[in-house]
Design a protein around this ligand. Structure first.
Ligand code: FAD
Length: 456
């Protein structure tokens, strides 16, 4: 075997504050960075998938930076397990370093990779990188997982230390990168995807940094502004958190040090992300089942015409339609709107939350299994620490509260733009816009009956 080790980049597409890269660089071996476009995942996606374009742009940036250092990012395309094992063999690597991913698919994949590497006399070293606290690091006094967010958050904050937020430096150790000639990066069409413009998402480390700097200048307003989709009140960093083009330690450290109601509220949101990750790690069956077993088999009518209208933003409820159109056009949906749209699908259209969860999974740039599942189970009242089933959002009231002047609706439903600030939330009959699919009052009662019957 040679003196080489591989760093396998996955959802950690950056060259700063990176646990696996740091540990590889200080291991005393020559470090080669690799990235695999995983066929097992890509084959399930449409050719225009924005996330693949985001990843591709981010990988290009990594490759350019490594090439400028006289090193390379070796990029391959294939089944992840076979390809990483083959790469370890090709480079005679002693070990593969990577950051831990606790999604069920990733756990299975990494177990298989480890088995194969070990059988060839190599090792797989995994590191915590994408969260501050992972798996069972934050437990209650009975050493059980927390099922309620606030005590989890308090325990999370009590555990926080300088060490937990400390960076993994890369720059001082870059001389341990293996120097080599640059190899080619397969183009998106070569990977089977179309060239989609994702400039607006500001991909890559540079994009993540620019967005974070912009957000820091307005973080103090976050608590007040974050619920209003028409204003720039949130960070828009979720896609960067998903693909690791930002460092969670840097984000959490900055928010923690800044303090104040805006930064503290934002830190809470980062903790929600970790709450859902540990929940899925403890209870992987949540991928297909409800947290509250009594709600697992509610006989939702699942009207497919309702579902199609919801997906297309054609329900006749402007705030829901604007939300769904934002998702379809940009791959992003504001958190308040995710709650409204999800609640509407389940409790007004009486469609199983899993249908909506799957649609979001396909469309969201920031799709993250744990957060998406957690968010859907929250809205559907089937999750732990969820919205109680009898609290049903009225879409029109939500619209009036969070988009009072209708500015967000006007942006995504131009056919309603001429309406006044009041009627835009519940428009009169008009040819250009659908009549409401359902009556909220009637559906509310039907939803209550379904949940009550399931709970008995
Ligand atoms: P900010 O408000 O700036 O928050 C900062 C970060 O905190 C986010 O980037 C995210 O990482 C985290 N965060 C914020 N709110 C939550 C939350 N409620 N749960 C978990 N983490 C949170 N978030 C995803 O990242 N991926 C998903 O697939 C996803 N699906 C969701 C589905 C539903 C039905 C709901 C209700 C929420 C979902 N969320 C998901 C959570 C939240 O809506 C997004 O994280 C947020 O809108 C992203 O925008 P932002 O980065 O500007 O967030």
């Amino acid at each position: 075997m040679s003196d080489n080790v591989l760093v396998w980049l996955r959802r950690d597409l950056r060259l700063f504050d990176h646990a696996a890269l740091h540990h590889a660089l200080i291991s005393g071996h020559r470090v080669i960075c690799v990235f695999i476009f995983d066929r097992d995942i890509l084959d399930t996606l449409p050719r225009t998938d924005r996330r693949v374009a985001f990843i591709w742009e981010s990988v290009l940036q990594l490759k350019q930076e490594l090439t400028a250092l006289g090193a390379d990012l070796v990029v391959r395309h294939g089944s992840a397990v076979k390809t990483i094992v083959a790469l370890a063999d090709e480079f005679g690597a002693l070990a593969v370093y990577a950051n831990r991913d606790t999604e069920p698919y990733a756990i299975r994949r990494d177990t298989e990779v480890e088995d194969q590497l070990v059988s060839e006399g190599r090792a797989l070293h995994l590191f915590k990188d994408q969260v501050i606290f992972e798996c069972d690091e934050v437990l209650n006094l009975s050493r059980q997982m927390y099922k309620v967010f606030t005590p989890y958050k308090n325990a999370w904050l009590a555990r926080l230390s300088e060490q937990a937020l400390a960076s993994y430096p890369i720059r001082p150790h870059l001389h341990n990168l293996k120097q080599c000639a640059a190899t080619a990066l397969p183009t998106l069409p070569e990977l089977g995807f179309e060239q989609v413009n994702v400039d607006y998402l500001q991909p890559g480390m540079d994009g993540g940094e620019a967005l974070f700097n912009d957000f820091c200048s307005r973080i103090h307003q976050y608590r007040k502004a974050r619920d209003f989709p028409a204003v720039r009140g949130v960070s828009y960093l979720s896609v960067h958190l998903r693909f690791g083009t930002v460092s969670i330690r840097e984000l959490a450290r900055t928010a923690h040090q800044m303090g104040g109601e805006g930064a503290d509220t934002w830190l809470s949101e980062l903790i929600w992300r970790e709450f859902y990750q540990q929940l899925l790690w403890h209870r992987p069956e949540l991928v297909t089942h409800t947290f509250k077993p009594e709600y697992d088999a509610i006989p939702f009518p699942n009207d497919s015409a309702y579902f199609t209208a919801w997906c297309a933003g054609q329900t006749g409820f402007p705030i829901v339609d604007a939300a769904m159109r934002q998702l379809n056009q940009t791959g992003f949906m504001h958190n308040r709107l995710r709650m409204i749209a999800a609640s509407f699908l389940v409790k007004d259209l009486l469609v199983d939350w899993r249908w909506g969860e799957q649609y979001f999974a396909l469309q969201l740039n920031d799709f993250d299994l744990a957060s998406n599942n957690g968010g859907w189970q929250w809205a559907a009242s089937t999750g732990c620490d969820a919205q109680p089933y009898f609290r049903i959002f009225n879409p029109t009231t939500q619209s009036l509260r969070f988009d009072l002047e209708g500015n967000f609706i006007r942006r995504y439903c131009p056919e309603l733009a001429h309406l006044d600030n009041r009627s835009i939330h519940a428009p009169p009959a008009m040819p250009a816009y659908p009549a409401p699919l359902v009556d909220h009052g009637t559906q509310r009662l039907a939803a209550l009956a379904l949940f009550k019957a399931a709970g008995n």
